[in-house]
Design a protein around this ligand. Structure first.
Ligand SMILES: [Fe+2]
Length: 360
Protein backbone atom coordinates (compact mmCIF):
# COMPACT_ATOMS: atom_id res chain seq x y z
CA UNK A 1 0.00 0.00 0.00
CA UNK A 2 1.12 3.50 -0.77
CA UNK A 3 2.94 5.51 1.87
CA UNK A 4 1.66 8.67 0.26
CA UNK A 5 -1.73 10.23 -0.05
CA UNK A 6 -3.28 10.43 -3.51
CA UNK A 7 -3.83 13.91 -4.93
CA UNK A 8 -7.54 13.71 -4.07
CA UNK A 9 -6.73 12.57 -0.51
CA UNK A 10 -4.31 15.46 -0.09
CA UNK A 11 -6.97 17.94 -1.14
CA UNK A 12 -9.50 16.35 1.15
CA UNK A 13 -7.09 16.50 4.14
CA UNK A 14 -6.22 20.12 3.38
CA UNK A 15 -9.89 21.02 3.15
CA UNK A 16 -11.22 19.04 6.12
CA UNK A 17 -8.25 19.10 8.53
CA UNK A 18 -8.48 15.33 9.00
CA UNK A 19 -8.47 12.17 6.90
CA UNK A 20 -9.35 8.52 7.43
CA UNK A 21 -6.75 5.96 6.35
CA UNK A 22 -8.48 2.66 5.63
CA UNK A 23 -6.75 -0.51 6.85
CA UNK A 24 -3.86 1.46 8.22
CA UNK A 25 -2.72 -1.29 10.57
CA UNK A 26 -2.27 -5.01 9.84
CA UNK A 27 -4.85 -7.33 11.36
CA UNK A 28 -2.44 -9.29 13.57
CA UNK A 29 -1.03 -6.06 15.05
CA UNK A 30 -4.57 -4.85 15.81
CA UNK A 31 -5.54 -8.23 17.32
CA UNK A 32 -2.52 -8.33 19.64
CA UNK A 33 -3.17 -4.76 20.84
CA UNK A 34 -6.87 -5.42 21.29
CA UNK A 35 -6.28 -8.52 23.39
CA UNK A 36 -3.86 -6.60 25.56
CA UNK A 37 -6.26 -3.66 26.12
CA UNK A 38 -9.12 -6.06 26.85
CA UNK A 39 -7.04 -7.87 29.44
CA UNK A 40 -6.90 -4.57 31.37
CA UNK A 41 -10.57 -3.69 31.02
CA UNK A 42 -12.36 -4.09 34.33
CA UNK A 43 -15.72 -5.86 33.97
CA UNK A 44 -18.05 -3.18 35.26
CA UNK A 45 -15.98 -0.02 35.38
CA UNK A 46 -17.30 2.95 33.46
CA UNK A 47 -13.87 4.19 32.62
CA UNK A 48 -10.54 2.61 32.07
CA UNK A 49 -7.67 3.99 34.07
CA UNK A 50 -4.82 3.08 31.81
CA UNK A 51 -1.81 1.72 33.62
CA UNK A 52 1.39 3.32 32.31
CA UNK A 53 2.80 -0.05 31.20
CA UNK A 54 -0.05 -0.33 28.72
CA UNK A 55 0.54 3.08 27.12
CA UNK A 56 4.22 2.28 26.59
CA UNK A 57 3.82 -1.42 25.68
CA UNK A 58 5.50 -2.35 22.37
CA UNK A 59 2.33 -4.13 21.16
CA UNK A 60 0.35 -0.91 21.64
CA UNK A 61 3.05 1.35 20.17
CA UNK A 62 3.16 -0.98 17.14
CA UNK A 63 -0.28 0.37 16.22
CA UNK A 64 1.51 3.53 15.17
CA UNK A 65 5.06 2.37 14.50
CA UNK A 66 3.93 -0.32 12.06
CA UNK A 67 1.04 1.60 10.53
CA UNK A 68 0.55 3.13 7.14
CA UNK A 69 -0.31 6.35 9.00
CA UNK A 70 3.32 6.57 10.19
CA UNK A 71 4.55 6.07 6.61
CA UNK A 72 2.17 8.75 5.36
CA UNK A 73 3.33 11.20 8.04
CA UNK A 74 6.95 10.52 7.12
CA UNK A 75 6.30 11.41 3.50
CA UNK A 76 3.62 14.12 3.79
CA UNK A 77 4.77 15.78 7.03
CA UNK A 78 8.43 14.90 7.56
CA UNK A 79 10.65 13.25 10.16
CA UNK A 80 9.53 12.93 13.77
CA UNK A 81 11.05 11.61 17.02
CA UNK A 82 10.34 8.02 18.03
CA UNK A 83 6.94 7.52 19.62
CA UNK A 84 7.36 6.24 23.19
CA UNK A 85 3.85 6.49 24.60
CA UNK A 86 0.22 7.05 23.68
CA UNK A 87 -3.30 7.49 25.00
CA UNK A 88 -5.47 4.40 25.21
CA UNK A 89 -9.00 5.79 25.07
CA UNK A 90 -11.84 3.45 25.91
CA UNK A 91 -15.47 4.55 26.09
CA UNK A 92 -17.47 1.67 27.57
CA UNK A 93 -20.80 0.67 26.02
CA UNK A 94 -23.60 2.85 27.35
CA UNK A 95 -21.27 5.61 28.58
CA UNK A 96 -22.84 8.97 27.70
CA UNK A 97 -19.79 10.90 28.94
CA UNK A 98 -21.97 13.04 31.14
CA UNK A 99 -23.80 14.97 28.43
CA UNK A 100 -23.01 16.89 25.28
CA UNK A 101 -19.67 16.48 23.57
CA UNK A 102 -17.32 19.45 23.92
CA UNK A 103 -15.06 19.91 20.91
CA UNK A 104 -11.69 21.45 21.75
CA UNK A 105 -8.19 22.03 20.50
CA UNK A 106 -5.73 19.94 22.52
CA UNK A 107 -3.18 21.47 24.83
CA UNK A 108 -4.99 23.72 27.26
CA UNK A 109 -5.40 23.40 30.98
CA UNK A 110 -8.43 21.73 32.53
CA UNK A 111 -8.44 21.71 36.28
CA UNK A 112 -10.68 22.65 39.17
CA UNK A 113 -12.64 25.81 38.39
CA UNK A 114 -15.11 28.02 40.27
CA UNK A 115 -18.63 26.60 40.44
CA UNK A 116 -20.41 29.87 39.79
CA UNK A 117 -20.31 32.29 36.85
CA UNK A 118 -20.10 35.25 39.23
CA UNK A 119 -16.68 34.06 40.36
CA UNK A 120 -15.22 34.44 36.87
CA UNK A 121 -13.73 37.61 35.38
CA UNK A 122 -15.22 38.37 31.99
CA UNK A 123 -12.74 38.85 29.14
CA UNK A 124 -9.81 36.61 30.01
CA UNK A 125 -12.08 34.23 31.87
CA UNK A 126 -9.90 33.90 34.96
CA UNK A 127 -11.29 33.13 38.40
CA UNK A 128 -11.69 36.37 40.40
CA UNK A 129 -9.85 34.58 43.21
CA UNK A 130 -7.22 33.21 40.83
CA UNK A 131 -4.72 32.18 43.52
CA UNK A 132 -7.23 29.72 44.94
CA UNK A 133 -7.45 27.82 41.66
CA UNK A 134 -4.21 28.61 39.84
CA UNK A 135 -1.84 28.97 42.78
CA UNK A 136 -0.13 32.15 44.04
CA UNK A 137 1.76 32.56 40.82
CA UNK A 138 -0.38 30.57 38.36
CA UNK A 139 1.90 27.75 39.37
CA UNK A 140 -0.48 24.84 39.95
CA UNK A 141 -0.72 22.01 37.48
CA UNK A 142 -4.04 21.02 35.99
CA UNK A 143 -5.67 17.59 36.05
CA UNK A 144 -5.38 16.16 32.55
CA UNK A 145 -1.66 17.09 32.40
CA UNK A 146 -2.59 20.42 30.83
CA UNK A 147 -0.55 23.44 31.86
CA UNK A 148 -1.90 26.90 32.59
CA UNK A 149 1.06 28.36 30.72
CA UNK A 150 3.43 26.68 28.33
CA UNK A 151 6.17 29.31 28.65
CA UNK A 152 7.57 31.06 31.73
CA UNK A 153 6.67 34.48 30.26
CA UNK A 154 2.98 33.52 29.96
CA UNK A 155 2.47 34.46 26.38
CA UNK A 156 1.48 30.94 25.29
CA UNK A 157 -1.30 29.09 27.10
CA UNK A 158 -1.82 26.14 24.79
CA UNK A 159 0.38 23.20 23.91
CA UNK A 160 0.55 21.99 20.34
CA UNK A 161 1.77 19.22 18.07
CA UNK A 162 1.45 18.53 14.36
CA UNK A 163 -0.92 15.59 13.98
CA UNK A 164 -3.23 13.47 16.08
CA UNK A 165 -3.34 9.87 14.90
CA UNK A 166 -6.14 7.64 16.20
CA UNK A 167 -6.20 3.91 15.53
CA UNK A 168 -9.50 2.02 15.97
CA UNK A 169 -9.46 -1.34 17.73
CA UNK A 170 -13.17 -1.96 17.09
CA UNK A 171 -15.66 -1.15 14.33
CA UNK A 172 -17.13 2.35 14.66
CA UNK A 173 -19.05 2.64 11.42
CA UNK A 174 -22.48 3.35 12.87
CA UNK A 175 -22.82 6.94 14.22
CA UNK A 176 -23.52 7.09 17.95
CA UNK A 177 -21.15 4.36 19.12
CA UNK A 178 -18.58 6.69 20.65
CA UNK A 179 -16.83 7.96 17.53
CA UNK A 180 -14.31 10.73 17.60
CA UNK A 181 -16.24 13.81 16.47
CA UNK A 182 -14.53 16.65 14.62
CA UNK A 183 -15.45 20.18 13.57
CA UNK A 184 -14.65 19.53 9.95
CA UNK A 185 -12.82 22.34 8.15
CA UNK A 186 -12.48 24.46 11.29
CA UNK A 187 -8.70 24.04 11.42
CA UNK A 188 -8.29 27.14 9.24
CA UNK A 189 -10.51 29.41 11.39
CA UNK A 190 -8.63 28.12 14.47
CA UNK A 191 -5.34 29.06 12.81
CA UNK A 192 -6.84 32.45 11.92
CA UNK A 193 -7.68 32.95 15.59
CA UNK A 194 -4.08 32.20 16.63
CA UNK A 195 -2.91 34.74 14.02
CA UNK A 196 -5.29 37.40 15.33
CA UNK A 197 -4.11 36.80 18.88
CA UNK A 198 -0.50 37.15 17.75
CA UNK A 199 -1.24 40.30 15.73
CA UNK A 200 -2.99 41.83 18.74
CA UNK A 201 0.11 41.20 20.85
CA UNK A 202 -1.93 39.08 23.22
CA UNK A 203 -1.62 35.69 24.78
CA UNK A 204 -1.82 32.86 22.25
CA UNK A 205 -4.47 30.40 23.48
CA UNK A 206 -6.95 30.70 26.37
CA UNK A 207 -6.86 34.11 28.13
CA UNK A 208 -5.78 35.65 24.81
CA UNK A 209 -8.05 37.87 22.69
CA UNK A 210 -11.48 36.29 22.10
CA UNK A 211 -10.68 33.20 24.09
CA UNK A 212 -11.89 33.30 27.72
CA UNK A 213 -10.30 30.46 29.66
CA UNK A 214 -13.35 29.67 31.78
CA UNK A 215 -16.94 30.30 30.73
CA UNK A 216 -20.47 29.56 31.92
CA UNK A 217 -23.38 28.10 30.00
CA UNK A 218 -26.64 30.12 29.83
CA UNK A 219 -27.81 27.78 32.61
CA UNK A 220 -24.86 28.88 34.77
CA UNK A 221 -22.68 25.76 34.59
CA UNK A 222 -19.02 26.73 34.45
CA UNK A 223 -16.55 24.97 32.15
CA UNK A 224 -13.02 25.15 30.81
CA UNK A 225 -13.40 26.65 27.37
CA UNK A 226 -11.57 24.52 24.84
CA UNK A 227 -12.18 26.75 21.81
CA UNK A 228 -11.96 30.41 20.79
CA UNK A 229 -15.34 32.11 21.04
CA UNK A 230 -16.08 32.39 17.34
CA UNK A 231 -15.33 28.79 16.37
CA UNK A 232 -18.33 26.93 17.79
CA UNK A 233 -20.68 29.53 16.35
CA UNK A 234 -19.05 29.41 12.92
CA UNK A 235 -19.21 25.60 12.92
CA UNK A 236 -22.95 25.77 13.69
CA UNK A 237 -23.54 28.30 10.92
CA UNK A 238 -21.66 26.16 8.41
CA UNK A 239 -23.61 23.06 9.47
CA UNK A 240 -27.02 24.73 9.11
CA UNK A 241 -29.01 22.91 6.44
CA UNK A 242 -26.67 19.90 6.42
CA UNK A 243 -28.27 16.49 6.04
CA UNK A 244 -29.30 15.02 9.39
CA UNK A 245 -27.38 11.94 10.45
CA UNK A 246 -29.42 9.21 12.14
CA UNK A 247 -28.27 8.65 15.73
CA UNK A 248 -26.06 11.75 15.69
CA UNK A 249 -27.75 14.83 17.19
CA UNK A 250 -24.82 17.24 16.77
CA UNK A 251 -24.99 18.70 13.24
CA UNK A 252 -21.80 20.77 13.64
CA UNK A 253 -19.80 17.64 14.47
CA UNK A 254 -18.73 15.09 11.89
CA UNK A 255 -18.47 11.50 13.14
CA UNK A 256 -15.17 9.90 12.18
CA UNK A 257 -16.32 6.48 10.97
CA UNK A 258 -13.60 3.89 11.41
CA UNK A 259 -13.47 0.14 10.98
CA UNK A 260 -11.16 -1.93 13.16
CA UNK A 261 -7.63 -1.27 11.91
CA UNK A 262 -8.45 2.07 10.26
CA UNK A 263 -6.74 5.25 11.41
CA UNK A 264 -7.59 8.92 11.42
CA UNK A 265 -5.00 11.66 11.02
CA UNK A 266 -6.13 15.09 12.24
CA UNK A 267 -4.37 18.44 12.44
CA UNK A 268 -3.78 19.78 15.95
CA UNK A 269 -5.92 22.77 14.96
CA UNK A 270 -8.88 20.57 13.95
CA UNK A 271 -11.21 20.65 17.00
CA UNK A 272 -12.23 17.19 18.22
CA UNK A 273 -14.13 15.43 20.97
CA UNK A 274 -15.12 11.99 22.18
CA UNK A 275 -18.87 11.32 21.94
CA UNK A 276 -21.37 9.20 23.88
CA UNK A 277 -21.30 5.48 23.18
CA UNK A 278 -24.81 4.12 22.65
CA UNK A 279 -23.41 0.98 21.03
CA UNK A 280 -23.13 -2.51 22.51
CA UNK A 281 -19.37 -2.72 22.74
CA UNK A 282 -16.63 -0.59 24.19
CA UNK A 283 -15.23 2.03 21.82
CA UNK A 284 -11.47 1.47 21.77
CA UNK A 285 -9.15 3.97 20.14
CA UNK A 286 -5.45 4.51 20.68
CA UNK A 287 -4.22 8.07 20.08
CA UNK A 288 -0.75 9.25 19.18
CA UNK A 289 0.24 12.93 19.20
CA UNK A 290 2.99 13.49 16.68
CA UNK A 291 5.10 16.58 16.28
CA UNK A 292 7.34 17.11 13.28
CA UNK A 293 11.03 17.00 14.22
CA UNK A 294 12.50 20.37 15.21
CA UNK A 295 16.22 19.77 14.63
CA UNK A 296 17.26 22.85 16.67
CA UNK A 297 15.47 21.51 19.75
CA UNK A 298 17.93 19.66 22.03
CA UNK A 299 15.12 17.66 23.70
CA UNK A 300 13.78 15.92 20.62
CA UNK A 301 13.46 12.23 21.41
CA UNK A 302 14.08 12.64 25.16
CA UNK A 303 11.86 10.31 27.19
CA UNK A 304 11.02 13.22 29.51
CA UNK A 305 9.00 14.75 26.69
CA UNK A 306 6.94 11.59 26.22
CA UNK A 307 6.54 11.98 22.48
CA UNK A 308 3.30 10.37 21.37
CA UNK A 309 1.25 11.19 24.46
CA UNK A 310 2.35 14.72 25.38
CA UNK A 311 0.17 17.55 24.02
CA UNK A 312 2.56 20.24 25.34
CA UNK A 313 5.94 18.93 24.14
CA UNK A 314 7.82 22.20 24.80
CA UNK A 315 7.57 21.15 28.44
CA UNK A 316 8.17 17.71 29.86
CA UNK A 317 5.23 15.33 30.01
CA UNK A 318 4.77 16.01 33.72
CA UNK A 319 4.90 19.75 33.19
CA UNK A 320 8.56 20.23 34.03
CA UNK A 321 10.32 23.17 32.37
CA UNK A 322 13.22 22.05 30.21
CA UNK A 323 16.49 23.92 29.68
CA UNK A 324 16.91 25.47 26.24
CA UNK A 325 19.96 27.10 24.66
CA UNK A 326 19.78 30.87 24.05
CA UNK A 327 19.71 30.23 20.33
CA UNK A 328 16.42 28.34 20.41
CA UNK A 329 13.08 29.73 21.59
CA UNK A 330 10.73 26.74 21.73
CA UNK A 331 7.67 28.87 22.60
CA UNK A 332 8.12 31.31 19.73
CA UNK A 333 8.79 28.39 17.40
CA UNK A 334 5.49 26.79 18.43
CA UNK A 335 3.61 30.08 18.00
CA UNK A 336 5.01 30.41 14.49
CA UNK A 337 3.99 26.84 13.59
CA UNK A 338 0.48 27.29 15.03
CA UNK A 339 0.10 30.45 12.95
CA UNK A 340 1.32 28.65 9.82
CA UNK A 341 0.29 25.05 10.37
CA UNK A 342 0.97 23.83 6.82
CA UNK A 343 4.62 24.85 7.18
CA UNK A 344 5.07 21.57 9.09
CA UNK A 345 3.84 19.46 6.17
CA UNK A 346 6.62 19.08 3.61
CA UNK A 347 4.43 17.24 1.11
CA UNK A 348 1.37 19.47 1.40
CA UNK A 349 2.45 23.03 2.08
CA UNK A 350 2.66 24.18 -1.52
CA UNK A 351 -0.71 22.62 -2.32
CA UNK A 352 -2.30 24.10 0.81
CA UNK A 353 -1.47 27.70 -0.09
CA UNK A 354 -4.67 28.26 -2.07
CA UNK A 355 -6.89 26.80 0.64
CA UNK A 356 -5.13 28.64 3.42
CA UNK A 357 -6.83 32.00 2.90
CA UNK A 358 -10.28 30.48 3.54
CA UNK A 359 -9.98 30.78 7.31
CA UNK A 360 -10.27 34.57 7.17
FE1 LIG B 1 -8.47 16.10 22.89
Amino acid sequence: MSAQLSHAEKLSFIHDGYIVIKQAVAEDVVNDARKLVQSYLPEHERRLLVPPELATHPDILALFRQSRAADILRSEMGPFPDVVSCQVAVTPAGDTLGGDPSPHVDGSWSGKIPASATEIEPGRGRPRDAARYFGENDDKRGDNDGQLWIDPDRRLSIGSYTALVGVALNDQLLPGCGQLGVLRGMHEPVQACFRRQRAAGGVIGPEGPDWPRIKATPGGRTYCNGLPDTIRELARERAAGAKKIEGWPWPELTPVLLARGDAVIAMHSCPHTPTPNHGREARMNVYFRIRRLRPENPHEGSRRVGHGVNDHPDRGYFGQFLEYPETYDPWQTSIEKMCDHWSEWDGLKSLAVGVDSEGG
